[in-house]
Design a protein around this ligand. Structure first.
Ligand SMILES: Nc1ncnc2c1ncn2[C@@H]1O[C@H](COP(=O)(O)OP(=O)(O)OP(=O)(O)O)[C@@H](O)[C@H]1O
Length: 277
């Protein structure tokens, strides 16, 4: 068995299904601006606080800045100015090793899954542990027995254990997305960023994915921040909905208070087929 040099606590099976308290602020964004190539800002004056265990959806028309915002949080994109404090650490100043360490606490789920299709489900899931390893360990894919057990436990939770040794190119879209979620969960994140996780899926597979994300939030206490195009899905699953229009937050509140007027503010002229009478 290979030793893990960079030891991080590995959660037990019992902890994976433990209900945790919602509460403390896990992410605080202040005065955030982002412009690409010195052009017009695509994010403007973003202020936001997310709490541990919250399920938050971001909705808004195409080009509103939803993906840019998610990617600024984990610094896949560098913000132009402003502050992002995640888990008591200012993200915008971090470099190399410190950034990598902080990023390992933030899982990300992508619309197109970002899996290595010729590798097995199990191998793809273990890739989520790379953030905890030295370069050498990463190159030789050295994983401990504990890490392998964690990967299988998470696959089991997502109903994917029986597919562990299948190649990812043999899976359906919904199954691929469950692998993407499992890979994010083996990181043992405090925050899960999901960028349009159901945009490529049919309604049945979308429901399975959203149900899993909600369950992960409720049973593991992980804060889930999801970009969505579907207002009805956001309303059904979220503790809180954030509406973006042209890079500005125009709604931040509970789903029950998202009025038709608020939906108009978010979607502007694209609105008519979205109004829920
Ligand atoms: N790498 C880039 N370089 C220049 N402009 C970009 C880049 N990425 C995004 N943009 C622009 O930033 C704006 C916001 O894009 P973003 O993808 O964040 O919006 P979105 O709300 O996620 O849209 P969608 O729902 O279509 O994915 C858009 O005008 C887009 O064209």
């Amino acid at each position: 068995m290979q030793q893990v040099l960079n030891k991080e606590p590995i959660i037990s099976k019992a902890e994976i299904s433990k209900k945790v308290q919602k509460g403390e602020v896990i992410l605080k964004v202040q005065d955030l601006f982002k412009s690409y190539n010195r052009g017009t800002p695509v994010l403007q004056d973003i202020q936001m606080e997310l709490k541990q265990g919250e399920f938050i959806s971001i909705i808004g028309p195409s080009g509103a800045g939803k993906s840019t915002f998610l990617r600024c949080i984990n610094r896949m994109i560098d913000p132009t100015s402003g502050s992002i404090v995640f888990d008591n650490t200012e993200m915008t100043f971090l470099k190399k090793a410190d950034l990598r360490k902080q990023r390992s606490k933030i899982g990300m789920v992508f619309q197109h899954y970002n899996l290595v299709s010729r590798l097995t489900v199990f191998e793809n899931v273990l890739h989520g542990r790379f953030g905890y390893k030295s370069t050498i360990q990463g190159v030789f894919s050295l994983f401990s027995e504990e890490e392998k057990e964690l990967a299988l436990t998470i696959l089991d939770k997502l109903g994917m254990k029986e597919f562990a040794y299948k190649r990812c190119d043999q899976l359906s879209g919904g199954q691929k997305q469950r692998v993407g979620i499992a890979r994010a969960l083996v990181q043992q994140p405090k925050l899960l960023l999901c960028d349009e996780p159901i945009a490529s899926l049919d309604p049945n597979a979308s429901k399975v994915i959203m149900d899993h994300l909600k369950d992960i939030c409720e049973t593991m206490g992980i804060t889930v921040l999801v970009n969505l195009h579907q207002v009805d899905v956001a309303l059904k699953y979220s503790d809180r909905v954030i509406g973006l229009n042209k890079g500005k937050i125009v709604y931040d509140g509970i789903p029950e208070k998202l009025s038709n007027a608020a939906i108009r503010d978010i979607y502007g002229s694209e609105i008519e087929d979205l109004i829920l009478e």
